[in-house]
Ligand binder design. Structure first.
Ligand SMILES: [Ca+2]
Ligand SMILES: [Ca+2]
Ligand SMILES: [Ca+2]
Length: 275
């Protein structure tokens, strides 16, 4: 996927020339309509307004506001203004006036809601532009894989007050971190952890049953706990296997604290998947 780039929607490369020369940029509209009415279609005719536009750049990328589409088209006979551009991704499509409908936040591209694009899936999007004479470009297709939501946590202290807050996550999400030490003992029916504890505060947007799965690479014994923001114990997974899983109904918009503990063995990195 290209990085964010200077590609723009709404550039018609020959457009400025016609403006500068004082020509009426819409001079072809009436004759094109008449041709269409007469059954000739947009492709026949007299050499004016008959050239199909061409998409020269089309790609999407993920930005803070959502999924951004950059689209550049060219039209040799300069009658793209007043036409349209269509974007189709799966079952969602939008039709924009060219070029004015393609303005987003004062700039020359469009941004779609990222909720339209599930994570860990391939998305196929197709763009097509049509000039005001009715000539369609060839459709241009872009394949794009939207990756999992990731958060790399940082080391914080080990007291209950030492929490890293990562805000609202999108699911599936993969959180990673490192336990720098391990240790623990049984105190009656309670477990006491004496090693590194990684506490992360998060929330999800939607209320649902989620699975939290902790994995780590070493042969150590790590554990997983879930608390309310106020510190109430909600769930835990403290097996001796190399995976810990908590299944829990999280309330959307509510903060929770998940804790990764090292019970025994070598310290090392961990990965927590929430979905
Ligand atoms: Ca740590
Ligand atoms: Ca810690
Ligand atoms: Ca364990």
């Amino acid at each position: 996927m290209p990085a964010t780039a200077c590609g723009t929607i709404g550039i018609e490369t020959l457009r400025s020339g016609s403006i500068d020369s004082g020509e009426n940029p819409y001079a072809d509209v009436d004759s094109a309509v008449e041709e269409s009415d007469g059954g000739d279609g947009g492709d026949g005719g007299d050499g004016g307004g008959d050239n199909a536009p061409e998409i020269t750049t089309f790609f999407q990328s993920e930005v803070d506001a959502g999924i951004r589409f950059d689209l550049v088209a060219d039209d040799l006979d300069d009658d793209l203004d007043g036409g349209t551009a269509s974007l189709v991704c799966g079952t969602h499509q939008e039709l924009y006036d060219w070029p004015d409908g393609l303005q987003f936040d004062g700039s020359n591209f469009v941004v779609w809601d990222s909720d339209l694009f599930a994570r860990e899936q391939q998305h196929t999007c197709t763009a097509k532009v049509t000039d005001r004479s009715g000539n369609d470009s060839e459709p241009v297709t872009a394949e794009w894989y939207r990756d999992v939501f990731t958060v790399t946590t940082s080391e914080v202290g080990d007291s209950p007050a030492d929490v890293e807050s990562i805000g609202e996550i999108e699911t599936p999400a993969e959180l990673t971190g490192d336990l720098v030490s391990t240790g623990g003992y049984n105190s009656g029916s309670a477990l006491v952890y004496t090693g590194d504890q990684d506490r992360i505060k998060f929330r999800v947007a939607d209320s649902a049953t989620y699975e939290l799965t902790l994995r780590w690479s070493s042969s150590s014994d790590f554990d997983l706990w879930l608390y309310s923001e106020g510190g109430a114990e909600l769930a835990y997974s403290i097996t001796t296997t190399a995976t810990e899983t908590i299944t829990y109904s999280l309330v959307g918009g509510t903060n929770y604290i998940v804790v990764v503990n090292g019970w025994s063995g070598d310290p090392g990195s961990w990965e927590l998947r929430i979905e």
